[in-house]
Design a binder for this molecule. Structure first.
Ligand code: SF4
Length: 131
């Protein structure tokens, strides 16, 4: 008698919209996506597949500011980047510094690690003399 293929069930929450559907995702023994239930729309299935194959996250961190009223500005990636690149992205961001003033929304770094995603400031930092 043949053994039935092993599958594993995973719980996750879809974060694509504020409804936050609770998803039950089935993967095979190699971790490949098989099916999903609990999603109210097709975007939930796409999200579950991406979470299984190549999960992405927005990276929030900070960057040194030269000559500012604060020594750092908070930054984040404009969009989610692959989770597998987060460590490398942190290293790149930690190695840069910007001159004050910094405006909220300003692009601090373009196309980080060729992801097509920019790093933007999320906090305004004026120059030391208040400008
Ligand atoms: S499955 Fe669709 S409705 Fe549910 S949270 Fe995701 S995007 Fe929203």
């Amino acid at each position: 008698m043949k053994n039935a293929p092993k599958t594993k069930m995973m719980d996750m929450t879809c974060v694509v919209c504020p409804i936050g559907c609770h998803l039950k995702v089935t993967v095979d023994e190699n971790g490949n996506f098989l099916s999903v239930t609990g999603n109210r729309c097709p975007r939930g299935e796409a999200y579950a597949k991406e979470e299984i194959t190549d999960p992405k996250r927005v990276l929030p961190t900070s960057v040194k500011v030269i000559g500012g009223e604060l020594p750092l500005t908070s930054v984040r990636t404009e969009k989610a980047i692959p989770k597998r690149l987060i460590f490398s992205a942190m290293k790149v961001i930690k190695s840069i510094q910007v001159n004050a003033p910094v405006k909220r929304g300003q692009i601090i770094l373009e196309n980080i690690l060729d992801t097509g995603v920019n790093v933007i400031a999320t906090r305004t930092v004026k120059k030391q003399n208040g400008k």
